[in-house]
Design a protein around this ligand. Sequence first.
Ligand SMILES: Cc1cc2nc3c(=O)[nH]c(=O)nc-3n(C[C@H](O)[C@H](O)[C@H](O)COP(=O)(O)O)c2cc1C
Length: 304
Amino acid sequence: MIPDLSVSIGKLKLKNPVILASGTVGYGNEISEFTDLSKIGAIVTKSVSLKQRKGNPPQRIVETPAGMLNAIGLANVGVEKFIEEKIPFLEKVNSTVICNIAAGSIEEYVQCVKILDHQEVIKGFEINVSCPNVKEGGLIFGNDIEAVRKITDRTRNATEKPLIIKLSPNTSDIKLFAQAAKSAGADAVSAINTLVGTSFNINTRKPKLQNITGGLSGPAIKPVALVKVLEISRNVDIPIIGIGGIMNWEDAVEFMIAGASAIQIGTVNFINPNAGMEILDGLTDFCTKMNISKIASLTASYQL
Ligand SMILES: Cc1cc2nc3c(=O)[nH]c(=O)nc-3n(C[C@H](O)[C@H](O)[C@H](O)COP(=O)(O)O)c2cc1C
């Protein structure tokens, strides 16, 4: 038996549940030499904003014992260059493309979605309301239920394509944010973005990151991400994309059991840019061994 790995995230259909996370593969171009993008479930682009952003000054990345801190600050080429220079590449890779959007105002989110909605290759939008590394927008939105509701509602009106709201873990009660996204018309939520952290150089006594704080990702955040997925799954009826510290197929299975319909991999791409393919092989073997004919049946199959 060859297991059926296809999954649905609301109206978005994917050939398998393995998605490359925003900010860790550029616009697909940064990883295409090392893995087969046509086999992966979907690629999420680096966050795109209306205007080009330089991001934060270096140092922007610090290794941590089980992951990394980043304070990239949403450096990206901006909508115009994205269309001119990155879309042609994405049109060739034969993968499902989800475009991640970041903005400093609700109006900017809406404008970005409206401009990009015409691009055939974009099969859905992931709205980043949760980046911890920028002064305006980002966490301010991600921490404010009313703002999340408004951003969802306004971007919903700007597109009929699948709309995914990427939630922050840096909130007291993530399920309320998932509920707000659902009630304003989101097709799905993705959880989680990075956790705020910092790190000091003990000789200079200065923070290692110029930005002082950064977003923690990698294996260190996996248990936190899992419990956020579980909390949403137990309380809100909305498809969830699980993200946070997924390094291998076992982690992916765990996230699906906790409630995820699909998963994203981020930090692991920097260690092994072919990790997505290896996770896919592992998932296929696991389903075969366990007699699971449809991987989608794993979603929220927890026995509490
Ligand atoms: C270097 C780096 C850049 C990132 N940039 C973005 C971004 O532009 N937009 C976004 O929504 N998330 C961004 N993220 C967050 C990831 O998409 C993901 O949510 C997070 O890293 C947790 O997953 P992981 O532990 O598998 O890396 C970035 C993460 C890293 C490590």
